[in-house]
Design a protein around this ligand. Structure first.
Ligand SMILES: Cc1cc2nc3c(=O)[nH]c(=O)nc-3n(C[C@H](O)[C@H](O)[C@H](O)COP(=O)(O)O)c2cc1C
Length: 189
């Protein structure tokens, strides 16, 4: 089983990244192969609303998003990770998500097969404050994405009061839950 993690934080080795690593470690412990996409390392544009957009679910913009589409198609489970920025997902996360408009169009307007098989996914997030509504905002957008790419939203882990780089290391409760979540993904729970 291949578990793919997507890190949408711009901070390399930051709190989101460390939390995601724990989920992936938990998945490996339970026999999965894991991979990770770091959106901040990719070069891709936001959605350009191309007039000549195709109706087969593919995006005509040739940039690093092409590898993201392929990796998600090849995954058996997805872990989407973003910090809370201004009460929602990071810009990197939203930029990636908007690039799935081509899939939305193929699925709901053209009613075509998009090549995304049914898999399970979870959403993990951190924030400096303790605002449940911020996590809920972000979750609503992630659930929207998951529905479009046939990912069943199986769970989440939200860690509030995590701000400076590495602060997540002072939250063994979150790290433990992340590791356990990785195991649950592999078991399909
Ligand atoms: C641009 C920006 C916006 C942020 N907005 C919020 C916010 O609205 N609410 C909040 O609780 N924390 C906010 N934070 C704090 C981050 O969520 C927090 O520092 C988090 O641990 C960063 O995770 P990372 O280390 O993975 O990047 C913001 C941080 C940045 C850089």
């Amino acid at each position: 089983m291949k578990v793919l993690g997507i890190n949408a934080s711009p901070r390399a080795g930051g709190n989101t990244d460390m939390l995601l690593e724990q989920v992936l470690a938990g998945a490996r412990e339970n026999g999965a192969e894991t991979g990770k996409i770091i959106l901040g390392e990719l070069k891709f544009s936001p959605c350009l609303e191309c007039a000549d957009m195709k109706d087969d679910g593919s995006c005509i913009v040739r940039d690093d998003m092409q590898s993201v589409y392929e990796k998600i198609k090849g995954a058996d489970a997805l872990v989407f990770a973003s910090p809370i920025f201004f009460g929602s997902l990071s810009a990197q996360a939203k930029m990636m998500i908007d690039r799935f408009q081509c899939v939305w169009r193929a699925k709901y307007i053209s009613k075509k097969e998009t090549g995304y098989k049914k898999i399970n996914g979870v959403f993990i997030s951190v924030e400096g404050s303790d605002r449940k509504d911020f996590f809920e905002n972000a979750k609503a957008i992630v659930k929207n994405l998951f529905a479009i790419i046939n990912v069943s939203y199986k769970g989440e882990l939200f860690c509030p009061r995590v701000d400076t780089k590495g602060a997540i290391l002072d939250r063994p409760d979150c790290l433990k839950k992340a590791f356990e979540l990785g195991g649950r993904i592999v078991k399909g729970e």
